[in-house]
Write a protein that binds this ligand. Sequence first.
Ligand SMILES: NC(=O)c1ccc[n+]([C@@H]2O[C@H](COP(=O)([O-])OP(=O)(O)OC[C@H]3O[C@@H](n4cnc5c(N)ncnc54)[C@H](O)[C@@H]3O)[C@@H](O)[C@H]2O)c1
Length: 416
Amino acid sequence: MALPMTQVATTEGQSESSKKPNPMSFVKDVCVVGGCGRVGLPLAMGFARVGLKVAIYDINQKAVDTVNSRVMPFFERGAEELMATLSLEQMTATTDLDIISQAEHVVVIIGTPVDEHLNPGFSSFTKFIDSIGPKLVDGQMVILRSTVYPGTTARTQELIARYNPNVDLSFCPERVAEGLALEEISSLPQLVSGTSDQAVKRASALFSKLNTKILELSPLEAELAKLFTNSWRYIQFATANQFYMLAQEHGLDFYKIYNAMRWEYPRTQGFPKAGFAAGPCLFKDTMQLASFSDNRFFLGHSAMLINEGLPQFIVNDLKEKVELGDKTVGVLGMAFKGNIDDARSSLSYKLKKVLEFQSREVLCTDPYVRDEALKPLEEVVERSDILILGAPHRVYKELKFPEDKIVVDIWNFFEN
Ligand SMILES: NC(=O)c1ccc[n+]([C@@H]2O[C@H](COP(=O)([O-])OP(=O)(O)OC[C@H]3O[C@@H](n4cnc5c(N)ncnc54)[C@H](O)[C@@H]3O)[C@@H](O)[C@H]2O)c1
């Protein structure tokens, strides 16, 4: 990385006032980097909705064109309607990196996956900062919003300071759930942290515009709060899945026990149902925490083994009961959870792979996921001997299955 020597500096000893933004010099209030993504786009739209001038910088040209033509690239509740009301003046997307220099706040929400060894990698983030670094200008504020490995904000501060010490840095984790993003952007409290008091103040001021409640933490606390949140959810799902498997292995009806546990008993009300716990966040955030704990996060690793083992368990369980090799199996719902169109890291696809090895034929369907290999629902129901619910989409609720079909419903979705 070649840096002009005059720009190599640290923030130490620098007066807060030297970083003061001059809003007059910025054409945009916010630039959302990675703003065509699943959580970046609802956030950009949320800022535009409250009257801020928003730019989106994204490397995906196709998605940029789609957004600028005011079409949603994916499903998000209420987004199509909101999109239709936003002018290009209010929100515009581009692949031109120069847009970064034009925004007072640069909110970064690019993907942060773990690698094939389940470890987070910092090099792609370093490369990313190197790409935007030369575009950062005095008085700007960078807000990290991607879920990051603990310590990333502190490291990023050092990287950014090499390019421009007069830039504030904050970490404000995104905690919305896909499908509910536009509501939750304004209803969930925002955790705000920064590498200086001024950074915290500025980030708080920005998120207050979304009408959120603000809670201040240190960067490391905020990074861990996000990872703890997702890991905790992942562990809860794993607990339900482990209990489901235990009950099944003993020939018992898990939901009879589940309902008994929860009946008029306040302390078990939050207990989740069994089901596929997957998607682009819970697994990888749990693995980020495992890596941070020097691989001594035993609960996290156990949760991963349980949740990821559920498709194989379902198939093994079926094999105990029927001659699976003779059977056509249908999977209903390929998204990673109900009522969305996102199939990233979906366990329905893992189930499909296991079934392809064990059964005669596998037919998959989903009303939302775009995948040419999927079949219409009616065909899957008609041709399959066994139907396995992969994602509990609301539209399946009223389905009635012919008596001769075996239906596997780990959510107990069809019963309630
Ligand atoms: N999906 C969720 O429900 C969710 C919820 C909370 C937090 N998060 C976190 O938010 C982050 C983004 O997740 P996502 O699901 O929106 O991912 P995504 O893949 O849908 O979106 C990422 C976007 O960033 C763009 N991008 C990638 N590299 C870029 C670069 N160098 N410059 C500019 N744009 C770039 C991609 O083209 C894409 O549009 C992740 O860190 C994730 O953990 C996700």
